[in-house]
Design a protein around this ligand. Structure first.
Ligand code: PLP
Ligand SMILES: N[C@@H](CCOP(=O)(O)O)C(=O)O
Length: 462
């Protein structure tokens, strides 16, 4: 299995090379050269298997010979052993034919743990075998950062630097990043929005001297391994509701487009997905683009679902690559136009996107009202991101087709918004009960590439 860049001019890499390098050297994102297929019989055989076994069968064909079967199965087993629910990703019924897929039972209470815990294991195994060290730099609107720190804290072969937008993550998210005491963890509160953090991260990848000097690696969803691990729960949930013998739809609260892109990959592998619905908050560039073809960035409006306050949606590039018939030059041209504000998707590409994705947008008021009504009518306390998903799903679903909405974070990560909506302040699990008392360690930094690179060099030298 080889991986190629969405911009068409970086060398093709193996799974291990793509995983350890993150962004392609032409600025693009790696995608598999071809998508492995699962037959109806293969999919039917997943029903009733433990999550770990489903994960092995779904991901194995993408990994090539990077890991032996035995090692890969062992790493998957270690990955999910610490999750707080035996099913790992349990389904809860919200209404007739509407289900919630709870993806928040991992160590940092967000769906990011599904991939990040696995990547931690895969990195450690591969780096130990190669005798190498890497410097991970990640950009976060709150959840990727905490999940990455949890997955890599204390590992010998890795330093991890996380850029988060100062003042724009929830207190729980910030404390999850600033309270770990391991010397290899560096939480950096940067001026600006998440998009600025992600832009500086990409600048570092495109500064080849710096990239090679510090041996830069990325664990945002620019890293294909992140997307791959998220494909698994589309299979596990769909088969438990009758796939492949009936079609299932999914609604996904969306920001950087990684999670919904994983659903698209599941569909391309053969999972009979009827509709994949993108749910956005008031930062609705994806909804606007999917309905009009117009992808122009505007000001980011801070919301009560802050992890989705994103305008430059990284993985949308992967979807565009397929929509443009895998024409890397066309994608490179669009990404150039994005630097000056945006682009217009061609009619053909827009039609290709529309064949795979629907979308909806939810206001702040609607998000609060959905948290309130889901709690009152179903006893389910939703985080604001999951509420965005539920609202869009309720408006758009076909009652005859099961709809699964992804619940992407635990409500206790966003207690203020949840309390405002429902009157209930969700508590953290026992193991995190002292989070508010732990000392914080964080560095304020300006939105400046030079300052960031200098800080990283200095920290690595110490
Ligand atoms: C809680 C939560 N929900 C939804 C999203 C959106 O996911 P994605 O960026 O993969 O679209 C994020 C951030 O990525 C998140 O942290
Ligand atoms: N919402 C994310 C933003 C980064 O997304 P990623 O999936 O590309 O890592 C976050 O919580 O940081």
């Amino acid at each position: 299995m080889k991986y190629i860049s969405t911009r068409g001019s970086a060398p093709a890499l193996t799974f291990e090379e793509a995983m350890l390098s993150g962004l392609a050297r032409d600025g693009g994102l790696y995608v598999p050269e071809s998508i492995p297929q699962m037959s109806a019989a293969d999919i039917r055989a997943l029903n009733g298997l433990p999550y770990e076994e489903i994960a092995f069968r779904v991901m194995r064909p993408f990994v090539g010979d990077t890991f032996s079967d035995e090692t890969f199965a062992d790493l998957i087993a270690k990955t999910y052993a610490g999750f707080g629910h035996n099913a790992r990703a349990p389904l809860v019924q919200l209404a007739p034919n509407h289900f919630l897929l709870e993806l928040f039972h991992g160590p940092t209470l967000a769906f990011k743990d599904f991939a990040m815990q696995l990547i931690g294991q895969l990195f450690e195994e591969a780096l130990t075998r190669r005798g190498e060290r890497v410097t991970i730099v990640g950009a976060t609107s709150g959840d990727t950062g905490s999940a990455a720190i949890e997955a890599f804290r204390g590992l010998d072969a890795v330093d991890v630097f996380i850029l988060f937008p100062h003042g724009r993550v929830s207190e729980v998210q910030r404390r999850q990043m600033t309270t770990p005491s391991e010397a290899n963890v560096h939480a950096l509160a940067m001026d600006g929005h998440f998009d600025d953090c992600q832009a500086r991260l990409k600048d570092m990848f495109n500064d080849f001297d710096f990239r090679d000097e510090v041996r830069l690696a990325g664990v945002n969803s620019i890293n294909w391994a992140r997307v791959l691990a998220q494909v698994v729960y589309y299979f596990s949930s769909a088969v438990s509701l009758g796939a492949p013998d009936r079609k299932i739809s999914f609604t996904v609260p969306t920001g950087n487009f990684g999670d919904i892109f994983a659903g698209y990959i599941a569909k391309r592998m053969g999972l009979p997905i009827d509709r994949l619905v993108v749910a956005t908050n008031q930062n609705d560039i994806l909804h606007r683009c999917l309905t009009s073809g117009d992808y122009h960035t505007s000001e980011v409006h801070p919301s009560i679902s802050p992890s989705m306050d994103i305008q430059v949606s990284s993985n949308f590039e992967r979807a565009l690559f397929d929509a443009y018939g895998r024409d890397g030059k066309a994608v490179a041209q669009l990404m150039d136009e994005l630097k000056s504000g945006g682009f217009k998707v061609s009619q053909g590409a827009l039609q290709a996107l529309a064949e795979n994705f629907d979308s909806g947008r939810v206001s702040e008021e609607e998000t609060l009202a959905t948290i309130k009504s889901a709690h009152a009518s179903m006893g389910e306390l939703l985080c604001p991101h999951s509420a965005v998903g539920v609202k869009v799903a309720e408006a758009q679903r076909d009652p005859a087709t099961p709809m699964i909405t992804l619940a992407t974070a635990h409500p206790a990560k966003f207690p203020d918004a949840v309390e405002k909506a429902s009157g209930i302040r969700p508590g953290l699990p026992e193991r995190m009960a002292d989070l508010y008392d732990r000392p914080e360690r964080v560095t304020r930094i300006e939105n400046d590439l030079g300052a960031l690179e200098t800080l990283i060099r200095e920290r690595l030298a110490n």
